[in-house]
Design a protein around this ligand. Structure first.
Ligand code: CAA
Length: 248
């Protein structure tokens, strides 16, 4: 049944996004990845993926731009089919202390991490409701749950994502559509390895009881579960996957 289902993964060429895309394809979904229009390496990425046996369709989508999301989702629908699963994964950091943060840094993070959830979900929800089946998975962060030094913008956007999830989950609960948040902790991707090593070693790793960074595969596995039939009763949830870093 899953072979028929089309999943769109925003930021699907990024660190976590790439693993989500490949694992979902391995699980039998037809996967469309979206990438930032500023990404100049998309052709090479697609070629590398083809070499690994993945024939992804890919579209440049500026997730901060509502009209671009509308136009590209219409193209995806026409060229690839109806979208049954949306993984709102695209995200950026602009880490700095509040004292140094400018309005530009604030806006960039809010628009890419939070506005994007509205801009993309708006394009797919009516179709999911009409077909009586859909899955929206919003990728938040442990730092949206607990806050993080140097991340007032990111923590606010990631916390906002779960408010969006809960309200929308209520509205569509009877329509066969689930909406969930996942909150990964520190996963071994470029976003995390970009943190200064001394901060990672002295401030972050000691907070993770499991004693290591998470693996992108582990996050992808959770997303695949949320897409499954067995997860039909899970909606409005915020599922932590953080090695025990934050429990509540
Ligand atoms: N907790 C407590 N104190 C911290 C801290 C932390 N996490 N990070 C830094 N500090 C302290 C430093 O030890 C330092 O203290 P002293 O002045 O007493 O020495 C002070 O804050 C200033 O630190 P920096 O010298 O690093 O200041 P900076 O202005 O150069 O950089 C920063 C600030 C950009 C926030 C930098 O510390 C940093 O990158 N921190 C990591 C932020 C982070 O965790 N980002 C997560 C990215 S991964 C992600 O977001 C994915 C996800 O969803 C989990």
């Amino acid at each position: 049944m899953t072979e028929e289902r089309l999943a769109v993964v925003t930021g699907g060429m990024g660190g976590l996004g790439e693993t989500i895309s490949t694992k979902m394809a391995d699980a039998g979904y037809k996967v469309v990845v979206t990438y930032s229009p500023s990404n100049t390496k998309w052709k090479q990425w697609l070629e590398d993926m083809r070499g690994r046996g993945y024939a992804f369709a890919a579209f440049p989508v500026d997730v901060t731009d509502y009209d671009d999301c509308a136009a590209k989702c219409e193209r995806i629908h026409k060229e690839c089919g109806p979208i049954s699963i949306l993984v709102n994964n695209a995200g950026i950091t602009r880490d700095m202390t509040f004292k140094k943060m400018t309005k530009t840094d604030w806006d960039a993070v809010m628009r890419t991490n939070l506005d994007s959830c509205f801009n993309m979900t708006k394009q797919v929800m009516d179709g999911m409701i009409e077909r009586g089946w859909g899955r929206v998975i919003n990728v938040s962060s442990v730092n949206g749950q607990k806050g993080a030094f140097g991340q007032t913008n990111y923590s606010a956007a990631k916390a906002g994502i779960h408010g969006f999830t809960k309200a929308l989950a209520l509205e569509v609960a009877k329509k066969g559509v689930t909406v969930n948040t996942i909150s990964p902790g520190y996963i071994g991707t470029k976003m995390v390895t970009a943190i200064p090593k001394e901060i990672l070693d002295s401030k972050i790793l000691p907070q993770i009881p499991i004693g290591r960074l998470g693996k992108p595969d582990e996050v992808a596995g959770l997303i695949i579960y949320l897409c499954s039939e067995e997860a039909a009763f899970v909606t409005g949830a915020n599922i932590s996957i953080n090695g025990g870093q934050h429990m509540y």
